[in-house]
Design a protein around this ligand. Sequence first.
Ligand SMILES: [Zn+2]
Length: 591
Amino acid sequence: MNEMQWDLSQLVESTDKAYIINRLEEMVAEAGAMREQYKGKIGSLDAPGLYALLEAQDSFSLKYEGVAMYCNLLYSADTTNPEAQHLNDAMRRAGTRAGQQLAFMEIEMGELLAARPELVRAPELAEYHHLLERIQRRAPHQLAEREEQLVMSKDQNGIDAWSQLQEDWLSTRTFKITIDGEEKVLPYGQIIGLYEDPRREVRREANSIVYRDLGKDEIMWASALRSICADHIQMCEWRKYPSVLTQSLISNDVEEEAILALMRTVENNVEVYRRYLRVKARLMNLPRLGNWDLIAPLPNDPGKKYTWSEARSSVVEAYTRFDEEFGQHADDMYGQRRIDAEVRKGKVSGAFCASWLAGQSAFVLQSFNGLVGDVYTQAHELGHAIHACLGSRAQRPSNYEIGSCIAECGSTFGELLLTEHLLSNSASNAEKQAVLCKVLDEFGMAAFQVSARYFFEQSIYGAIKAGKFLDGETLSSLWTAARDRIYGDAVEWLPEMKWEWTMKLHYYIPNYRFYNYPYVFAQLFVFAMYRLYREQGEAFVPKVKALLSAGSSRSPGQLARELGFDITTEEFWQKGIRQAEEFITQLEKIQ
Ligand SMILES: [Zn+2]
């Protein structure tokens, strides 16, 4: 084992396969015992009884968290290892069986709180107050147990199948591209890497080939998206959701007012993003960016490489400069061997951080190639890990079910701390420009480009309700209209980019409508937080800690109020925009 590999043996008492399988069986049996004890009886619980149930749920999840993570992470580290495949499969099957045993709990608790709403405020249940509020908010939209089962089967053979088809299609497709006179056949996962190639014509060609090919199957994509969105409208009726946004608002624990203020702020500030795109065009010696230049490196990017230990010290120093404890948590992740960064065949692509609440820590996976982007990924994932360290020390598991709006706070904040560190250690202007463009490219994508996806999704539901038939061309015209609301004429688009909506797998994932605005939320929220940190300095550190320690025990709106802000106002979101403007000004000043 080398220091770029994680040590998963910490998660379990024994890594013996028979022991693991046995633990999984014990988990299913214990779920069965909880069902015996509580099924049909939750409606008659008083406050102490409900407390005991919630506590039992929490200790159940802590007890089996390690073994489930072990199976899952072993598999992520090497998907070709037969033992890992077997254990991961056994874990998933055991998880489904345990989940089925315990599914009645949410329904019965919802019924209990509907009948006795005063329990939500019972002093004995103070610790679970917001958890109960969330159950209460979901309860009116729940169907009967039998109907919920029918919905699951409908989704399994409907929307799940569309999602699987989309994923399989993308992962089995190959694309022919000629680079330097040599013809290559690349899978989707590889050709999209060329979008960041330093050679402009290669980027253009890669974009053109991918979207031309995606457009050829427009009938399939349009059919999928039309059905998925029509299904959502139908489900909103069944579940009595007042708006197409409601389901996502509930799961993200936010109010519609806040999201509308957020999206208005984005739309009112498109000029800020366009200003950056013009600066970037100038730095690339272009009259205007093509869509294939949006995430391209600058021509003078020195392409600095980092060793593993340089990356570690940059990331740890960036966090330590903000706060000793943050730095310590980050450093422990390396010292305790909780990061798997080695590049290996069979390892899953991308990067993630899995919280390990029982160990008050986390595990991080990435493939480290030494590029500045890899150092950013490391800072990002360790931000999640710090979030998990703080949150798990302060909260029980059921108060650590963090919605997407808050989940990216620690990670994105960490990227900004790394930016600060890299800028102050840059040897040249070219290096500084590369760092600022990296931050602003990501900001532009998350805050603005993703907003176009939100506008697009809204327009689909509008069109369906107006009785329009959504064929491929109609969807494409909705897509380009949403895109142009953000980009105006600041970017030149290849005509085949009208098919861009086809590849976004989130649109095809079941029960995941409006996956988009939480990214915008998180980006502007963190930029606003960072702005406050710049203004208030050290005094702001405990506020960030309090936010990351809160888990899901308070809503994002409440957490912002504790920072002194109201997320239902545009004024708050504007603070995030101002921080982006500051970065743009910094970039403009470098000659
Ligand atoms: Zn993340």
